[in-house]
Design a binder for this molecule. Structure first.
Ligand code: NAD
Length: 345
């Protein structure tokens, strides 16, 4: 199969080259992100392989389909950047990698919690400057705190287990499909409002859907505990950033750790150190001492890169042989929910 890979970094190419060994697929790697300006690059390619910030909206999918591309292979789990209705309309199959580093992402959420709490990033800088003062570095024991996990799928359940079993936290959870194994581990499923009201730390692990868009907003922040720590390693638009900034200014939100940002497409994955950041909302976030931002790196482990490449290549091979594949999000008449459940056949 002829595939074009958009948004390629050297580490993507290295892992895909290994995964492609022994196959007959022909791959062209391009650095450009997929959008309406770049879609013509895919002309004549059967498959477009894309990542989290590539845009496959209706206009792009119409162009892809018109130019012969019948398969979109996402090399990530979330598919909020693909218009699935348009994919159906234009007969384009969409597949994703449902799981590649749930441990890596959960562990990164814990890293954000730990760093924000004990301020190790600040003490590292201080010590290098010869400043050994402790003022401003006061943390709290995570043991015994109440943590709210929103979305207990592959990543959320690992986060809940690390915090419950490892740290001895009380874990509250909110999910449309409660997990009986987690319940047996002592995780308590409650309504979203109650979770927000009672949690010292809130960690987001649900997908971005119309229902979860701005699940954290002005109203929900108002009912949170004073000084709550908010962690988002899921998708930026789960959070209304302007409302979160107000929450940080008032002190309702005591600290914020994010690996994702709703307008990250213009920033993340690029070296912009010589540029002036044009996004004033993001720039405001950078001014808070109690905000920690990483650039969508939660997934970025050796294991994840190997899994992403091998599953994507097997999706492509499956599609070539069968016209569908195991990880099809939408293909012909098979569609699965964000949590992987088949909702239509
Ligand atoms: P998953 O599908 O296994 O789990 C998602 C869970 O959210 C499911 O249990 C589902 O029932 C629940 N959910 C769906 N809608 C909900 C709603 N309205 N309210 C509450 N819960 C709801 O997904 P996952 O593999 O655990 O990944 C979670 C998210 O993490 C992904 O959607 C993706 O956006 C993000 N992610 C980020 C990175 C990163 O590098 N930062 C990497 C991988 C995934």
């Amino acid at each position: 199969m002829k595939m074009i890979m958009f948004n390629t970094k050297k580490y993507d190419k290295d892992s895909f080259e290994k995964a492609l060994e022994g196959t007959c697929h022909i791959v062209r790697y391009v650095e450009a992100k997929l959008n309406i300006e770049t879609v013509k690059l895919a002309s004549g390619y059967d498959c477009a392989c894309i990542f989290v910030n590539d845009i496959a909206d209706e206009e792009v999918i119409r162009e892809l389909s018109g130019n012969g591309t019948k398969f979109i292979a996402l090399r990530c789990a979330g598919f909020n950047n693909v218009d699935l209705h348009a994919a159906r309309k234009y007969g384009v199959c969409v597949a994703h990698v449902p799981e590649y580093s749930p441990y890596g992402v959960a562990e990164h959420a814990i890293a954000l919690i730990m760093t924000l709490n004990r301020k190790t990033h600040r003490s590292h800088n201080r010590i290098r400057e010869g400043n050994f003062a402790l003022t401003g570095l006061l943390g709290f024991d995570i043991h015994g705190k109440t943590v709210g996990v929103i979305g207990t799928g592959k990543i959320g359940r690992i986060t809940a287990k690390i915090l419950g079993n490892g740290f001895g936290c009380k874990v509250l959870a909110y999910d449309k499909y409660p997990d009986s194994e987690l319940k047996a581990c002592g995780v308590e499923y409650i309504e979203l409002g109650e979770l927000l009201r009672h949690s010292d730390i809130i960690s987001l692990h649900c997908p971005l859907t119309p229902e979860t868009h701005y699940i954290i907003n002005e109203k929900s922040i108002k009912i949170m505990k004073q000084g709550v720590m908010l962690i988002n390693t899921s998708r930026g638009a789960l959070v209304d950033t302007l409302a979160v900034i107000e929450g940080l200014k008032s002190g309702r939100i005591g600290s914020l750790g994010i690996d994702v940002y709703e307008e990250e497409g213009d920033l993340f994955f690029e070296d912009l150190s010589e540029d002036v950041i044009q996004d004033d909302v993001f720039a405001r976030l950078l001014t808070f001492p109690n905000v920690l931002i990483t650039g969508h790196q939660a997934y970025f482990t050796k294991e994840a890169l190997i899994n992403i490449a091998s599953v994507t290549v097997s999706n492509i091979t499956g599609y070539e042989k069968e016209g569908t594949c195991e990880n099809a999000v939408f293909c012909d008449r098979i569609r699965t929910s964000a949590s992987g459940r088949i909702i239509e056949k």
